[in-house]
Ligand binder design. Structure first.
Ligand SMILES: [Mg+2]
Length: 268
């Protein structure tokens, strides 16, 4: 009775390891989602490695690991992959350690780049930039747009965290990183490489950090059909939708490989 047997098996038995989104899966805003910590403990107990994969650009893996620990989840810095960290890795591969970079973003984002060993340029030194890295920040201005787009037009590697055009705020939708990237792309005639979900680089880094053999069965668990599930499937792994928070986006239909209502559904 293979079908009955599959009903009795926890879904986690079908996979060797998991990439797991944070917001909307482990917690929602600042509130923990019931069962998450318990489920992650159970996965660790049965030897299924987990890497947390988040598009959040402002928080370092170390800070993210500390927040996980505050939620009662036994996670270390090496188990967290962020879009910011992915952007740093792909830039390092492209232009080398210690390269000169023109960056648009928050002071926290620029600190991460400095810690990674890059030299950050002021706008008037755009001609020296090997790479232009773009994320959103509330004081974006014409001087930044000019420096970034002229450096990109001159051939600098152009990359960003993601293309979310807006971000939800209490009074409505504010322009997000994607709007600023679009301005740089329009002014430079170049197309930016995107590090974060739904694009491949963050999934590839997540899989590398997971460290399983190439033929392993890995699934991404996320609450967004487009970024998490669709991105995972395009990166060649399964996508498990944690249902409930997603609004179905327009465009090609994405069918999750499985649907769960919380992380406990993986292990029970
Ligand atoms: Mg999410």
């Amino acid at each position: 009775m293979p079908q009955l047997y599959s009903w009795l098996m926890p879904l986690s038995d079908s996979y060797d390891g998991f990439l797991i989104d944070l917001d909307g899966v482990v917690w929602l805003g600042h509130d923990p989602i019931e069962g998450s910590a318990e489920a992650l403990t159970a996965l660790a107990r049965v030897g299924k490695p987990v890497v947390f994969v988040t598009n959040s650009p402002r928080i370092t893996p170390a800070e993210q690991a500390r927040i996980l620990q505050e939620h009662g989840i036994d996670a270390c810095e090496d188990q967290v992959v962020t879009a910011g960290q992915t952007l740093i890795e792909i830039t390092r591969n492209e232009v080398g350690d210690g390269a000169r970079i023109y960056a648009i973003g928050t002071s926290g984002f620029k600190e991460q780049l400095k810690t990674a060993g890059f030299e950050l340029l002021s706008p008037e030194r755009w001609q020296e930039a090997a790479a232009v890295l773009v994320t959103g920040h509330p004081r974006f201005d014409y001087e930044e747009l000019k420096a970034a787009s002229m450096a990109a037009r001159a051939g600098a590697f152009l990359a960003t965290i993601g293309r979310d055009p807006t971000m939800p705020m209490p009074d409505g939708l504010w322009p997000g990183t994607g709007s600023i990237v679009a301005a740089v792309e329009t002014a430079s005639g170049r197309e930016a490489v995107v590090a974060g979900k739904p694009e491949r680089p963050i999934f590839e880094l997540g899989l590398a950090v997971l460290g399983l053999p190439a033929d392993s069965r890995v699934a991404m668990v996320g609450d967004r059909l487009d970024t998490d599930v669709g991105g995972a499937q395009r990166a060649g792994i399964d996508g498990i939708l944690m249902a409930g928070n997603d609004s179905v986006p327009p465009g090609p239909k994405i069918t999750p490989d499985h649907e769960i209502s919380n992380l406990l559904d993986l292990v029970t």
